[in-house]
Design a protein around this ligand. Structure first.
Ligand code: PEP
Length: 252
């Protein structure tokens, strides 16, 4: 059984280094309690990584992740950042976020390579899966998520699955304020675990942490965190509001 709870903050394209410094400072001061099995993962823009690293010195419940990586370790890939380049600064990498899939057109094959590159460089990939509003309305959510799981894990060994995190983020719930109902999230979590059990084993299915993401805030986080099968939340908008993010951390 997955034993840790992950509260992941995806800052998206927000915060200069000076703003990042202020935000982390305020957050660590404002958070009254981080429960002992909780890992808070801040995912700022790459430009802020060294600042955030130094601000978090001495705060051992806080870790750092990147929002995206390129699958190759180095080379002529203008504007990209590799897992090999950031591995001394971060422990996690968000891969396959819906904005990467839908704004930047990333396909499953590329996402599989990014998951594999994260593993190869010792970063824990947080693989995001989730259906669009149309998929949802047409009753295709389960199949879309299964296809994304199949592709996203296709380059991993069974051993590596023990270091993978899944974030279920229905696309229609991201940044819209239209958060999914807890019973629907519980249903999808159960399906995701069934998928891992059928393809691999019950042990793997139970060990993989599954997070919910999509308009989580200080007011609704507990509803998801209280679900039996929920191992945390991936938070976008509310993660750059230190008061709201502190409430989410304290809801565990
Ligand atoms: C996200 O960026 O992964 C996300 C879930 O965003 P928001 O919390 O703003 O919906």
């Amino acid at each position: 059984m997955a034993t840790k709870t992950y509260i992941v903050g995806n800052w998206k394209m927000h915060c200069s280094p000076a703003e990042a410094s202020l935000l982390v400072n305020r957050l660590v001061t404002d958070v009254k309690r981080v429960s002992s099995d909780t890992v808070v993962v801040l995912c700022p823009p790459v430009l802020d990584l060294t600042t955030v690293r130094s601000e978090l010195r001495g705060h051992d419940r806080f870790s750092i992740g990147v929002q995206n990586i390129y699958p190759m370790d180095e080379g002529a890939f203008t504007g990209e950042t590799s897992a090999a380049m950031v591995k001394g600064l971060v422990e996690y990498a968000i891969v396959g976020h819906s904005e990467r899939r839908h704004v930047f057109g990333e396909k499953d094959g590329l996402i599989a390579q990014k998951v594999s590159a994260s593993m190869r460089n010792g970063l824990t990939p947080i693989l995001c899966v989730g259906e669009t509003k149309t998929d949802h309305a047409n009753g295709h959510a389960k199949q879309v998520v299964f296809d994304q799981l199949e592709a996203g894990t296709s380059l991993l060994t069974e051993e590596e699955l023990h270091d993978l995190i899944i974030a279920y983020e229905p696309v229609w719930a991201i940044g819209t304020g239209e958060n999914a109902e807890a019973k629907d999230v519980a249903g999808m979590f159960a399906r995701i675990r069934e998928w891992f059990e059928t393809k691999y084993s019950k042990t793997i299915s139970q060990a993989i942490p599954i997070l919910y993401g999509g308009s989580v805030n200080g007011g609704n986080a507990k509803m998801y965190l209280d679900l039996d099968d929920c191992n945390g939340c991936l938070v976008g908008g509310a993660s750059t509001n230190y008061k709201d993010f502190a409430k989410i951390i304290e809801a565990v």
